[in-house]
Design a binder for this molecule. Structure first.
Ligand SMILES: Cc1cc2nc3c(=O)[nH]c(=O)nc-3n(C[C@H](O)[C@H](O)[C@H](O)COP(=O)(O)OP(=O)(O)OC[C@H]3O[C@@H](n4cnc5c(N)ncnc54)[C@H](O)[C@@H]3O)c2cc1C
Length: 433
């Protein structure tokens, strides 16, 4: 009788584990996710910047797992885990397991910043990206009503008030100068300089202001210093206002207050400053470390529950016997994929009573794109910038993107944007906070 392995989360880690486990006769696999699709997060910011459509960076789970006969897919939200009875409580039926893989990923970390959760826009899910795009485009629509081109009348609004409102609506602030914030700032500025300036003749090149705030002295923490410097210069050349050593004290409905007291007005503050483990991780009660990631053995097992494995962003493995925070694997897709595959292999070794393998993160490098034709890339100790780095970035993302159709559509959209300097996905769906 095959063992029942339940995987919570169909992100990079869960999906890799499910595909690998489905090859083995010893298991029946149940892949659970609250969504019926897998999201390719590295291109999420392009949905928010009206460059790609949501469908192009997502794949339906049932389609992905169709050929894996030993794997079934369940769409539900796991609410609690009863480790003693080996039962999951979900928003639907309970689910039994023999072995469990926790791969729920991460969520936005606001670090307790007052007003951030309430007023800032996160960029951590497909919903977030679509909502953010709608918000930004709506602000431009509203701002255009304050310009002179329309015969609009606001009886109780002075000219100064009009200017203030216009300024607030056309100022976008991005908090967090990591890869996500940098890539979004560049993509947004390109949207503004191409389609938006054409769509709104009342806006000129400098009307929309994009500010990128970073609390540290450099962008792209973890990248070599020359790449961080290149990225900053490149963004500034594009017109992005990069402010380093700019720690945020509070976010209000009208903008951002910095720790030095400066107030920056904005109707749209985007939060890309950090992530922490998914909420269900805390509910398990397992010991956790930095960012709430669950402490696991080098084999990726929970020490007190060896039938439970943790993979991906959620997992904080001891490395070669050293206790974290030494050698912490980064919260990136390659780490999640490598852990997902090792989890599957170790599960098989466990049931075959063989020695389990320790996890060792294989660092493939890091990259960030900074607008059309420019990127900062590190591979091993070598660094690359400019158009060659950009081509590397394109190739890597197309290779890892799930689904042939998605690759074709994304390639087409990129080529369209490159040759015609135009974005096609400028739709507003009203649903923001
Ligand atoms: C905007 C953005 C850009 C990024 N860019 C890059 C990049 O360029 N390169 C890179 O390497 N990494 C990038 N990352 C990081 C990378 O996406 C993550 O490291 C990776 O997704 C982690 O994989 P995972 O499988 O652990 O979790 P995820 O991919 O987050 O998957 C977790 C899954 O679990 C599901 N889930 C969570 N809780 C529950 C529950 N209670 N019940 C049911 N289902 C649940 C979620 O719906 C989700 O599908 C980016 C992340 C973001 C957000």
């Amino acid at each position: 009788m095959p063992y029942k392995v339940v995987i919570i989360g169909a992100g990079f880690a869960g999906l890799s584990a499910a595909k690998e486990l489905s090859k083995y006769d010893e298991f029946n696999v149940v892949l659970i996710d609250r969504n019926n699709y897998h999201t390719f997060f590295p291109l999420l910011y392009q949905v928010a910047a009206a460059e790609l459509e949501s469908e192009e960076i997502t794949s339906p789970l049932r389609g992905l797992m169709r050929r894996n006969r030993r794997c079934s897919v369940m769409m539900c939200d796991v609410k609690d885990i009863d480790c003693t009875s080996k039962i999951l409580h979900t928003d639907g039926p309970d689910v039994r397991y023999d072995y469990l893989v926790l791969a729920m990923g991460s969520t936005t970390n606001y670090f307790g910043t007052p007003g951030a959760e309430q007023f800032a826009f996160p960029l951590k899910s497909l919903d977030d990206a679509v909502q953010l795009r709608s918000r930004i485009l709506s602000c431009f629509e509203e701002a255009s009503l304050y310009s002179d081109v329309h015969p609009t009348v606001y009886p109780n609004v002075s000219d100064d008030d009009k200017d203030d409102r216009f300024g607030k609506l056309t100022n976008i602030i991005i908090v967090g100068g990591g890869a996500n914030g940098v890539e979004f700032a560049g993509a947004l500025m390109e949207l503004v300089r191409t389609s938006i300036c054409k769509d709104f003749p009342e806006f000129n090149k400098g009307t929309v202001k994009i500010t990128l705030l970073e609390a540290a002295p450099n962008l792209l923490s973890g990248f070599p210093a020359p790449l961080a410097q290149y990225t900053k210069e490149r963004l500034e050349k594009m017109g992005v206002n990069v402010r380093l050593n700019a720690a945020v004290a509070e976010i209000t409905p009208n903008g951002v207050i910095l720790k030095d007291g400066t107030f920056l007005p904005s109707a749209t503050v985007v939060w890309t400053a950090g992530v922490k483990s998914a909420p269900l991780a805390a509910a398990t009660g397992f010991a956790s470390g930095r960012a709430g990631r669950i402490n696991v053995l080098p084999t990726l097992q929970v020490p007190e529950q060896p039938e439970i494995f943790v993979a991906g962003d959620l997992s904080l493995p001891e490395q070669a016997g050293k206790v974290p925070p030494l050698n912490i694997p980064p919260m990136v897709a390659p780490n999640a994929i490598q852990q997902g595959i090792l989890t599957a292999k170790n599960l098989r070794r466990l049931v075959q009573k063989q020695k389990l393998l320790p996890f060792a993160y294989h660092d493939k490098g890091s990259m960030a794109v900074v607008g059309r034709g420019a990127a900062a890339v590190r591979v091993g100790k070598r660094t690359f910038t400019g158009s060659f780095a950009w081509l590397m970035w394109l190739a890597v993302h197309l290779t890892y993107l799930v689904g042939f159709r998605n690759r074709l559509m994304v390639m087409f959209n990129w080529a369209w944007g490159y040759f015609f300097a135009e974005r096609s996905v400028r739709l507003i769906f009203r649903r923001w906070k």
